[in-house]
Write a protein that binds this ligand. Structure first.
Ligand code: HEC
Ligand code: HEC
Length: 300
């Protein structure tokens, strides 16, 4: 073998090596994205159409219209976020997707070009995703099957400012992911648990004053897409308060509530909480969530 062909095969081997490690990294990102989207992020709770029993319809993953909202400021459905070019996000770049997920901005082309996303797309929480996790979510969205499903255009009735979530503003680091209670804080943030579990007054959720004390109502008049017999529910106190909250619950009882929708006394819990999705959470991540919940000061 002469020097040139040796060099050639070394280069080729280098290219092949790079290509295979790049696709291994991609495969890892898609798997991480699949895990996040289908567990703690529960994107499908809103974006995947549901059957009459409330379970997501197989083969329709993320194709839009899973939930429809009728709020004083917005009427419309969760969009088709599959890679279908005509009715989904197939023509969006990775950066455009990231801006939608973390800033609520639509790109300046295609359906509803430049129109900001309605507030029930919880970007003030999703912005806390680490760069690696955001890459993973985008890699996964690119990998789901494209589904043709035209979601009707929404109606924007009035602008409402997005409310920042304190932990998302502070942000998280990769080092945080190795500390269970910090990782729990991260998961609870990107899962927007506290958006539902904190009461609101005059349209503002009281994160600084009443974090985790529950009492926010959810009703069938405002949200469509759950089983027809859903009559609505009110979020619970999940602080460490011994009577009002989770103070006397065991870790196993808390995990069962999150993943199976069964309260401490055994009664079934109602939507909108995404028990179906949370059932796929890894044990270590559930432990991290519980570890963080235990740090919430007792409050009523
Ligand atoms: C609470 C319900 C809800 C959840 C959970 C949710 N979304 Fe959305 N999303 C919406 C709604 C509603 C819209 C449409 C808003 C509008 O039309 O202004 C939307 C729009 C979008 C869009 C813009 C697409 C377009 O063409 O309009 C993207 C991208 C998106 N969501 C991605 C995600 C991802 C990724 C997740 C999980 C991290 C997620 N969403 C979780 C409700 C939700
Ligand atoms: C979309 C709103 C929403 C989100 C997001 C949400 N929850 Fe809930 N959660 C509720 C509601 C409403 C209930 C009460 C349901 C009922 O009474 O039937 C509840 C019930 C619970 C319960 C049972 C409390 C009891 O007293 O029975 C626990 C524990 C809980 N949630 C923890 C969490 C955690 C942890 C997260 C994030 C991983 C989370 N929730 C995300 C709305 C939400």
């Amino acid at each position: 073998m002469n020097v040139l062909s040796k060099l050639g095969s070394a280069l080729l081997a280098g290219v092949l090596l790079q290509a295979s490690s790049a696709s291994a990294a991609d495969a890892g990102a898609v798997e991480r994205g699949r895990y996040l989207v289908n567990t703690i992020l529960a994107c499908g709770n809103c974006h995947t159409p549901k059957a009459a029993d409330g379970q997501p319809i197989a083969g329709k993953e993320l194709s839009g219209g899973g939930l429809s909202f009728n709020a004083p400021f917005f009427a419309g459905s969760a969009s088709n976020i599959t890679p279908d070019k005509a009715s989904g996000i197939g023509n969006w770049s990775d950066d455009e997707l990231k801006r939608a997920i973390t800033q609520g901005a639509r790109p300046d082309h295609g359906r509803l070009a430049g129109v900001p996303l309605a507030p029930m797309m919880w970007v003030a929480f999703y912005k806390a995703m680490t760069p690696a996790d955001l890459d993973a979510v985008v890699a996964y969205l690119r990998a789901v099957a494209p589904v043709r499903n035209v979601v009707p255009l929404p109606e924007y009735k009035r602008q409402v400012p997005r409310q920042p979530y304190p932990d998302a503003e502070k942000g998280f680091t990769e080092a945080d992911m190795r500390n269970p209670a910090r990782r729990g804080a991260y998961l609870v943030t990107i899962g927007h648990c506290m958006e539902c579990h904190t009461p609101a007054k005059e349209g503002k959720t009281l994160y600084e004053q009443a974090l985790g004390t529950g009492g926010k109502p959810f009703g069938a008049a405002m949200v469509k897409g759950y089983p027809a017999d859903w009559r609505g529910s009110v979020s619970r106190n999940i602080t460490s308060h011994p009577e009002a909250g989770l103070g006397r619950w065991t870790d196993a009882q808390i995990k069962r509530a999150i993943t199976q929708g069964i309260s401490r006394d055994g009664h079934p819990l109602q939507p909108p909480m995404g028990f179906f999705w949370y059932s796929g959470l890894k044990e270590a991540d559930l432990d991290a969530i519980v570890a963080w919940l235990r740090t919430l000061p007792a409050a009523e």
